[in-house]
Design a binder for this molecule. Structure first.
Ligand code: FES
Length: 182
């Protein structure tokens, strides 16, 4: 995984940190991966749906899970990594509970999304592409999320927010943080 030539910078944390950040070591999660593999075992071309389900379970693809998949499907790990590193939907680095996708497409850019990016980076104390230390947020920038009429826009998980001001972005982050602390 360290040598995987993927298109985006892979931020693999030190092994101890990665282990602490993922609950993969827990038997229930290892069992979850086994369940996912079992569910798709008889399908043709099952690697992609398995990786999607594993990514959805952990919010990223832990190395241990990839090794588990490779072993069970009798595939070389390099083949699993080739698929895992090809699609934007997958992450080889731990990601937070909430993925913030801020649009920097042309429509949003001219409506002020760079200011929003500055604000979010300041508010969260991270740069885009990074995850907060409490693993609550990952901040990503994307090119158009398909709602240009609402520019500038961002998405958090399945929720879309449009015509955003920096103040509104702040309040939205606060509401997610507050909800997580309840
Ligand atoms: S450019 Fe931002 S949603 Fe299309």
């Amino acid at each position: 995984m360290d040598a995987c030539p993927i298109r985006f910078e892979v931020q693999l944390p030190p092994e101890d940190e990665a282990r602490a950040r993922t609950a993969y070591a827990a038997a229930t999660d290892e069992a979850a991966v086994a369940d996912i593999i079992q569910r798709h075992r008889e399908e043709r071309g099952n690697l992609l749906p398995i990786l999607l389900a594993v990514n959805s379970h952990f919010n990223w693809l832990p190395q241990a899970a990839l090794e588990h998949v490779a072993q069970e499907l009798h595939l070389p790990l390099t083949e699993v990594l080739r698929v895992a590193s090809f699609y934007n939907a997958f992450s080889l680095a731990p990601r937070g509970k909430h993925i913030i996708s801020l649009c920097l497409g042309t429509g949003c850019f001219v409506k002020g999304s760079p200011r929003l990016l500055d604000q979010l980076e300041r508010r969260l104390g991270i740069k885009h592409g990074q995850t907060t230390a409490d693993m609550l947020f990952t901040l990503e920038v994307v090119r158009c999320i398909g709602c240009c009429a609402l520019a500038p826009a961002m998405r958090i998980g399945e929720d879309t927010f449009g015509r955003l001001t920096t103040g509104q972005a702040d309040k939205i982050i606060y509401s997610y943080t507050k909800a997580a602390s309840l």
